[in-house]
Design a protein around this ligand. Sequence first.
Ligand SMILES: Nc1ncnc2c1ncn2[C@@H]1O[C@H](COP(=O)(O)OP(=O)(O)OP(=O)(O)O)[C@@H](O)[C@H]1O
Length: 460
Amino acid sequence: MLVIDRLTAEGLRIDHFRARPGEAWCLVGSNASGLEKLCDLLAGESRAYRAEALRLPPELGLLSFKGQQSIFEEELRKDDTDFLNRLDPGTPARAFLTDVDAHRELIKLFALDALLDRGYRQLSSGQARKLCLLQQITRGVSFLVLETPYEGLDQASCRELNRVLAGLRVQGMGLLLLVNNTADIPDWCTHVGGLHAGALVVQGPRAQVLDEVRELLRRQPPLFRVSVAELRDERQMDGNGCDNLVTLRRGFARYGEIEVFSGLELTINRGDHTLITGPNGCGKSTLLQIITGDHPLCYSNDLSLFGRRRGSGESIWEIKRQMGIVSADLHRNHRIAGSALAIVVSGLFDSIGLYTRPNSAQEQLGRRWLARLGLESKAGQPFRRLSYGEQRLLLLARALIKVPRLLILDEPTQGLDESNRLALLDFLAGIAEEELATMLYVSHRPDEFRDFFRQQISFQ
Ligand SMILES: Nc1ncnc2c1ncn2[C@@H]1O[C@H](COP(=O)(O)OP(=O)(O)OP(=O)(O)O)[C@@H](O)[C@H]1O
């Protein structure tokens, strides 16, 4: 049983909460609701709280964005590439799991069976997330806390996860899900609660409180409030006038002997907003990294960007100057010290972190962006200390600050709550209407497949 009584911490207050045996809970809250703070407390990462009681089940498994980031950073620390004379693949996936043989079926359900000998850092973001989920599930704990567990999973994996969790519940596993979109409240939850402005304001049996919880989230105004009209005036580049932004002929990607895709034809002219879909691990991020120049295969592919053949003497900075990028990879690589303001302004320099002193106009522009995200009071706070959702908003601002010609958005709404997600999508629709930028957008969520996309690349 999980017990919380009279708990207060910065940004969080819970008077009374019980997750009793036989109950399956889902707590819902927006990005600023305190949900992530609660997750930190349950993970034992924050000791700055006072409580009459905070009793956690003795065998507790927990999946969170922060936990996943720690695994990634630990893998980087252990990297022995310099000593090995070859790329260090890192800890193999199987080492994260308990009793692989006993869990073969489960591992297969999540399409990880062929990847058990692959290093953690060689997994796609969805594959890594599924591995972290299975790491917790296979440990045989009696209680699981999962922060937005469906995020980043393809549709088939979401369905499987739902089925698996429903089964675990029937077997007596205690479950507490923390989600920020009401669409992610699973049917099998017996109890639901809602956080608002740092407090658990509603909780109870699902049938009694579900509508109230939904309404709570629906009423929450988004932090992301950006007007497309303002951006028109802030546009800094017209480019070289070339309408062709990307042409990839017979595109291919492989890692060693393993082919990811081949024979891919892609043409993106100005206004050809392109949606990329497909299951976890099919090559969506690899394709985008080839386009952004963040993958070594960008040189061996027949690729032209902004009218110039890649590898014809242009600098990567000339290319990056015309792109704005948001991805899970970029997010997890933001391990640098830097304030919220610095991260936003770094978008003008295309660097991870800020190494050039911005002039006052650039700084003012950065502050304007923070205000548009409702984060102006956090300008000086370290990026890494902000919540995952706030970090994601800052990375969006970093990508948008120069109003680039090509916006490359690889699951940009990860970590955003319902209202911010909708606000971002409406904003992108406005960008498309005003022809301010052309978008290349990866998503697993059908509710993000908006009308403004003019073409779709669907990997199988
Ligand atoms: N460094 C690497 N070495 C070997 N294989 C890799 C490496 N990086 C990625 N892969 C593999 O390449 C495939 C494509 O990965 P990619 O990240 O492009 O997938 P994705 O479609 O973006 O997946 P997701 O939906 O999970 O984000 C995956 O099967 C992944 O395991």
